[in-house]
Design a protein around this ligand. Sequence first.
Ligand code: PLP
Length: 347
Amino acid sequence: MKVIDLRSDTVTLPTATMREAMCQAEVGDDVFREDPTVNRLEKMAAECMGKQAALFVASGTMGNLVCTLTHCARGEEVILGSRSHIFLNEAGGMSALGGIQPHIVENQPDGTMRLEDIESAIRGDDVHWPRTRLICLENTHNYCNGSALSAQYIDSVGALARCHGLSVHLDGARIFNAAVALGVNAKELTRSVDSVIFCFSKGLSAPVGSVVCGPSDFIAEARRTRKVLGGGMRQAGIIAAAGITALEQMVDRLAEDHTNARRLAAGIAQIKGLSIDVRAVQTNIIYFELASDRLSSEQFVARLEKKGIKLLCLGGSSCFRIVTHYGIEAEDVDVTLAALREVIEES
Ligand SMILES: Cc1ncc(COP(=O)(O)O)c(C=O)c1O
C-alpha cells in the first residue's frame, strides 16, 4: 500500500536529478567563500528575488532568525501577524537570542494584516516605549489557508514602512507557491521588502536549506549573524547542489500541487461530516474541520492512517491540515477522498 503523506510539503524526497547533482557537486570551504556551488546558488537565488545578494542557511527558521537579528537591536520591536510562523512556530528565537520584542497584529483569514492595524502598532518616540524597527509578512501564509499575498498588498505595507523609517522582512518559505498561484514573477512579490527568505526543502523538494536575500550590505551583516548562530557551513555545496536543481526544475510544477489541492478541497466539500471553505484554497495548503461528533480527532487520524493516509491535526482541535506536494499524484487525490468518505461513513 502506498502511504499518501499529506502532513506537509517538508516530507518531499529529493529527485534523482538532485541526488546526481549532489554527488557531482564541486565544493570548497564556504566560510572562506570558496564553495563554487554555494556561490552559484546564492547568485541564482538573489536574481530570482530581484536582490543584490543572498546567503545560504540551514533552514527557514534560521533564515528568519538571521534576518530579525540583523535588522533589530536588543529591546527593539518587530510587528508580526498573530498567525505567523515566526510568532507561532519558531521557538521564540528572536526574543530568546536577540532580546527582540514581538508586537502582534491580528492576521485576517487571507494572511494580511490591516494597514490601519499595522500603523497603530507602530510606536511613537517616547522614552517609555520600545522602538519599532521591522514589519514581518508571510507569503504564502501557512496558517491562513496557505493564502498568497498580492504584490499590491506587499507594496502598500512597504510604502507604510518607508513612511515610518521601518524595514520589511518577508518570510517567503513558499514564495514560489505564491508566485505560481498569482501568475506573477516572484520579484513582484519582493520588490517592496528589504529582506526575504525562501526554502528549498518544502514544495521544491530539496533535502535541506533556505536562503536569505537582500541588499549586499545587509547580507554581509547577515553572514556575521549566521556565524554567531553556528550556521557557517563548510562544504555546503553538497546540499546547495540540490537547491540549484530545485530552482531549475521544481518551480513551475507547483501548479500541479495547487490543482490537486483544489480537487481535494472540492471533494471534501461533498463529504457530509467534513466542512471546508473551498474558496480559501489558493495554493497547496488546505484546512478543513471534522463536523461529526461520532468520531474524535484522534480516531479520525488513526483510521485514515490505517488506510495509508497521513494528515495533521492542529493541536488537539477538530481542524486538520492537508498539504499537496511533489510525489502526490492525481490518483492519490481520488484515493484520499475515497478514504475520507469511508472513515466518515464507517463511524
Ligand atoms: C511559513 C513558514 N516559514 C518558515 C518555516 C520554517 O522552515 P524550517 O522548517 O525550514 O525551519 C516554515 C516551516 O514549515 C513555514 O511554514
